[in-house]
Write a protein that binds this ligand. Structure first.
Ligand code: CUA
Length: 324
């Protein structure tokens, strides 16, 4: 391979690895489990690269070697050591290292538990702090205290989804009729992104969420606030919301809206995204979402409310955005 061809192939590869940093990358770990998985990946990758180089080296040697018969003893030794002993030892070490990691990754703490239920195409999120008898319900965004082990209880109501926050740790399927568990510990406060990683229907690729990791005291304050009723005062937007039947599917605690089919909107305005991770939170996008739901997220169960007047959209968006 000429130098220029080498540069053309290898350089973009190296440069593209800089794209592996960021809010949704398993190669940029921000959690205990993710760091261990990332170490495991690198060790496996380096092991695989070493084996590959050895095999390719042998192949090149075989191609160029003197074609006359080799010494039989040397040949047999190569087969026994290179073909049997070396792979058995290497693979056993890698397997043992992988298995040794597992119990630690699964050990739950005795703190916060969060139930996340996959829906088409959004996430129902319920916080169970220690000693709580009722969950604190939210949707499409998960907040976590930094430095604490949190147990995720993962379910699905309709089809198989999969729950993955690459920067924080491994993923796991959400299967109807079954409960899976995942323990994660976020190390650094920050905002990360998670996604559904199992094809679940038309808008599978539009089923994401943000994860906000906060210092523990700040998280407790936030959770206390999240448990409380909605804060927005009476307004025209609230009337539009209730008059158009939005409350049949959505709940806003502290108002008559008590639907359980769709996302709980009690503190909707404080979330970083809407439509489950696909639109930035803003009054303009809220109005768009309400009017063009199906166009933004094909297959969504929420019907588009395209019959409202301009001022109704604005009032509704302002009301929802104020639900912090
Ligand atoms: Cu939910 Cu893919």
């Amino acid at each position: 391979m000429g130098a220029s061809r080498f540069a053309a192939i290898v350089l973009p590869t190296l440069l593209s690895t800089t794209g592996c940093s960021g809010v949704q990358s398993a190669l940029d770990p921000a959690g205990e489990n993710a760091s261990r998985l990332s170490d495991l990946l690198w060790i496996m990758a380096i092991g695989a690269a070493a084996i590959w180089l050895a095999v390719v080296g042998l192949a090149i040697y075989a191609g160029r070697a003197d074609p006359r018969p080799h010494d039989r003893r040397l040949g047999r030794r190569l087969i026994v050591f290179g073909g049997a002993a070396f792979p058995v030892v290497t693979l056993t070490i890698l397997l043992a290292y992988g298995l040794w990691l597992m119990p630690d990754l699964r050990a739950a703490g005795d703190g916060l538990r969060i139930t996340v239920t996959g829906e088409q195409f959004w996430w129902r999120v319920q916080y169970f702090p220690v000693g709580a008898d009722r969950p604190i319900e939210s949707a499409n965004e998960i907040r976590l205290p930094a430095g604490e082990r949190v147990e995720f209880v993962l379910k699905s109501r309709d089809v198989i989804h999969a729950f993955w926050i690459p920067a924080l740790g491994g993923k796991i399927d959400m299967i109807p009729g079954r409960t899976n568990r995942l323990v994660l510990e976020a190390e650094e406060p920050g905002i990360y992104r998670g996604a559904c990683t199992e094809f679940c229907g038309l808008s599978h690729a539009l089923m994401a969420f943000f994860v906000v990791v906060m210092p523990p005291e700040e998280f407790s304050r936030w959770l206390g606030h999240e448990a409380a009723d909605a804060v927005a005062a009476d307004s025209r937007g609230r009337e539009v919301f209730l008059a158009n039947g939005c409350g049949a599917c959505h709940r806003i605690r502290g108002t008559k809206a008590d639907g359980r089919i769709g996302p709980d909107l009690t503190h909707f305005g404080s979330r970083h995204s809407l439509g489950a991770g696909i639109l930035e939170q803003s009054p303009h996008n809220i109005a768009r979402w309400v009017a063009e739901t199906e166009r933004i997220k094909p297959g969504v169960r929420m019907p588009a409310f395209d019959m409202l007047g301009e001022s109704d959209y604005l009032a509704l968006a302002a009301y929802l955005e104020a639900l912090r």
